[in-house]
Ligand binder design. Sequence first.
Ligand SMILES: Cc1cc2nc3c(=O)[nH]c(=O)nc-3n(C[C@H](O)[C@H](O)[C@H](O)COP(=O)(O)OP(=O)(O)OC[C@H]3O[C@@H](n4cnc5c(N)ncnc54)[C@H](O)[C@@H]3O)c2cc1C
Length: 381
Amino acid sequence: MSKVILKEEHAIFRKAFRQFLQQHAAPYFEQWEQEKQVPRSFWLEAGKQGFLCPWAEEKYGGSEADFGYSVIISEEMAIIGAGIGGIGLHNDVVMPYIQEFGNEQQKQRWLPKAVTGEIISAIAMTEPGAGSDLAGVKTTAIKDGDNYIINGEKTFITNGYTADLVIVVCVTDPHAQPIHKGISLIAVEAGTPGFTKGKKLRKVGQHANDTSELIFDNAIVPAENLIGQEGIGFYYLMKKLQQERLVLAIGAVADLKRMLDITMDYVKQRTAFGKPISKFQNTQFKIAEMATKIKIGETFVNRLVADHVEGKDIVTEVSMAKWWLTDLAQQVAVDCMQLHGGYGYMEEYEIARRYRDVAVGSIYAGTNEIMKQIIAKNMGL
Ligand SMILES: Cc1cc2nc3c(=O)[nH]c(=O)nc-3n(C[C@H](O)[C@H](O)[C@H](O)COP(=O)(O)OP(=O)(O)OC[C@H]3O[C@@H](n4cnc5c(N)ncnc54)[C@H](O)[C@@H]3O)c2cc1C
């Protein structure tokens, strides 16, 4: 990230966070990939050192940090590996719903523990039958006295297995027209009667991120867990997706730079036909092309970060960044693996893991086709 919004204090924070990751994440990353989750102890340590929801107000235990700190956390975590992305989701996607749309009592109840890592959070939109078409969700939350009775199933939920608090996208009014006006957000706590978690799903990559199904079978949730107002949930989601997609684009740039860096190192030390493979024109052109595209993407994202901080509506531009950078990450992963030759296909080489991990970038947080649909719609088509 350039100097658009980052100052001296951000640089100090970056150094501390990088050190923290080197000490507490890098040595265990392989193990977490095998266990398919990041342990609670890591979350608690991150919380202790002020790296969870640093934007939270002091009265909730936070440091009232600006968005620059979220940028740094996203970048540094992407450098370690996308498998710890669940923390970014907690920090910059899920808990901001509580901050922005929750009431005072909800903030007091959940924010301080989200800051310490005692609460791990998740957001459950996707269902087995509804992903891109979010207005098609079928999970219902029907009012019954002082409770909602929730029935339905969610899938592919990041942090789903470990989550203590899940913001669930539910239909509170099945008769609403248009249907999205019947959608609400309800916070469901682990241990709620009728709420169970499925097993950790086996994925192609990003293994350390736990991803799970969630099942609601007459789950009884206090009505006071409604986030904001009934029937406005879809609007809340649309409002917050800008930041979710921007954070993803920031991570994609960091990931791209990392793939290029490790490939640069490799091509300089690997020899063939009596010279380093970096001396072949094909290698140089490939590296030059990748570096150019990454620089263009980074410049664009830097601009968007500054616009986002100024509170501008940049939904169209963020959608552009999300699809373009996550597609680019896939192309770059292929080219970097090719430049590694057979070694690139071996698990001991970092590029192999990154090749697997970037594949999902074009799918989650809204598929790249949906991004293009948003762009076209906002262009008046
Ligand atoms: C690792 C991982 C983590 C995830 N984490 C979360 C999470 O934390 N919370 C959560 O709620 N969800 C999460 N998801 C779900 C993710 O957001 C969805 O998978 C995604 O939105 C796509 O939905 P779908 O899988 O139902 O695909 P579908 O909607 O069935 O799409 C299938 C294909 O059809 C295309 N398509 C659909 N509609 C259109 C259209 N109108 N025009 C053109 N093409 C179209 C899509 O682009 C895609 O290529 C996660 C998914 C993965 C893989």
